[in-house]
Ligand binder design. Sequence first.
Ligand SMILES: Nc1nc2c(ncn2[C@@H]2O[C@H](COP(=O)(O)OP(=O)(O)OP(=O)(O)O)[C@@H](O)[C@H]2O)c(=O)[nH]1
Length: 214
Amino acid sequence: MASAPLPLGPPPRCRILKMIVIGDSGVGKTCLTFRFCAGKFPNKTEATIGVDFREKTVEIDGEKIKIQLWDTAGQERFRKSMVQHYYRNVHAVVFVYDITNMATFQSLPAWIEECKQHSLGGEIPRILVGNKCDLKDATQVRTDLAQKFADTHSMPLFETSAKNPGDNDHVEAIFMTLAHKLKNHKPMMLSQPLLDENKVQLDPEPSPGVECYC
Ligand SMILES: Nc1nc2c(ncn2[C@@H]2O[C@H](COP(=O)(O)OP(=O)(O)OP(=O)(O)O)[C@@H](O)[C@H]2O)c(=O)[nH]1
């Protein structure tokens, strides 16, 4: 007997939450985004050129939401290919420094300024992430110093490790906390056709506001 045809109609849409991840080269932006989207520490990373893009669909309060993490190049020479539209429709900014490298912490004001120049100032949620907490013995940036900086810039501070997040804030929890906060904060874009979960793309150009389906 032939089975009944499936009802036609659009599959449910899901909304997109775009977070841009910024900081010096080598602080672990790629590893953090990979950890969140793929659930593990990458075996090997290379310097990001322009922007990489990772995403993960999560469920919050019964609604499917696609979290897009835009992993930007830390090296100046590789930022040349970053274009204005990467900064558009951003819902949150994640600033990252390496707790074992003071210079990466001292660069933060310049990164904050760069974001401001792209209209990503204090009006959108921003968080500060101190990475590589598994290397505690090599700490150069003490928590109290980082906390003071975070308070000055009205950002929550999280210290974590993309490599071994067990001892500190879990990478997953950091991004999910942000997503929960953002869910009702600002209208989100509707999703594009769903790519494979955790799929990594180079230089995508999502068109904001396009109606597609998860
Ligand atoms: N011990 C330790 N090493 C880490 C951690 N996160 C990243 N790394 C290492 O730090 C190096 C740089 O990591 P990436 O994630 O490529 O750094 P990035 O910030 O994306 O660098 P750019 O793409 O150049 O901007 C790599 O050798 C990683 O293995 C961590 O939490 N702990």
